[in-house]
Design a protein. Structure first.
Length: 273
């Protein structure tokens, strides 16, 4: 027997920050809203944890949770991957939609989840977000959408790309009716999601240092044959260029959203000329 006794550490008890390599007690990290206490890095959140942070206790009502993805093109291994992700994350798809209160103000809310196939946009993700927009319009509610995605879902081919147009169309109609759409970009927001609804908000917010862009940095660099800034696709760079309205710390996000909603009371849903 070894002179040093082995200490059994429960899986998931500790979390390593990918930015500063700080080892954090997972319970304390969750109490700190998954923000590293050493370097303030915003670690990625599940959709359920995000809803718990943003929506008032006991007010969230999920919608269309029963919609499930079908392997339309019979893509090899896709059914198994979907099953694995459902079991691992206890959700049916890469977005949760519903309604709830933010400090007493009722909103329609959608939250994408990067833990489910990297938040990739397939037909069900597109359908659920489109239905959320239509629900917001029908109920005359402001809409908040937390975006995170690696882009379109390759297993669904052209159908995944069609979601960009579908959601963009519903958003255009929603805005014509005076609807207020707040887009919140989180790490990462890339590909077809960033090229469509993520950047179509009336107000676009981002968490600090979030990766935001369409094509990968290396792809751009190899295409234009020029050296690119190190922070090219980070939230702070986009903010300087006017593509983002505000960078908001996660701990301040709920209060910031409430302030926007409170200020705009009685303004949204006035038809725009």
């Amino acid at each position: 027997m070894d002179s040093l006794s082995r200490v059994m550490i429960k899986k998931g008890m500790w979390t390593k920050c990918k930015k500063c390599s700080n080892i954090i007690y997972t319970k304390e990290l969750k109490e700190n809203q998954s923000v590293c206490p050493k370097c303030s890095n915003h670690l990625r959140l599940s959709a359920k944890d995000r809803i718990d942070q943003i929506i008032d206790d006991g007010t969230f009502e999920e919608m269309h949770a029963e919609i499930e993805t079908k392997n339309i093109f019979k893509f090899e291994g896709y059914d198994e991957k979907l099953k694995e992700n459902k079991e691992k994350n206890s959700i049916n798809e890469a977005v949760i939609i519903g309604c709830g209160n933010i400090h007493g103000i009722k909103v329609a809310i959608g939250v994408m989840d990067s833990n489910f196939m990297m938040g990739s946009m397939g037909t069900v993700v597109g359908e659920k977000i489109a239905r959320l927009v239509e629900f917001s319009s029908k109920e005359k509610l402001p809409m908040v959408l937390f975006c995170t995605s690696g882009g379109a879902r390759m297993q669904e081919g052209i159908l995944s790309l069609m979601q960009m147009a579908k959601i963009s169309f519903t958003l255009a109609r929603f805005k014509e009716q005076g609807g207020l759409y707040i887009s919140v970009l989180t790490d990462p927001t890339t590909g077809g999601v960033s090229a469509s609804f993520a950047m179509q908000g009336d107000i676009i917010i981002s968490e600090p240092n979030a990766l935001i862009g369409f094509a990968g940095k290396k792809v751009i660099q190899n295409t234009i044959k020029e050296e690119l800034p190190n922070d090219l696709q980070r939230a702070e760079f986009l903010f300087k260029k006017g593509l983002i309205d505000k960078i908001v710390n996660r701990k301040e996000m709920k209060k910031f959203l409430f302030d926007i909603l409170d200020i705009n009371k009685g303004i949204y849903y006035e038809p725009r000329k």
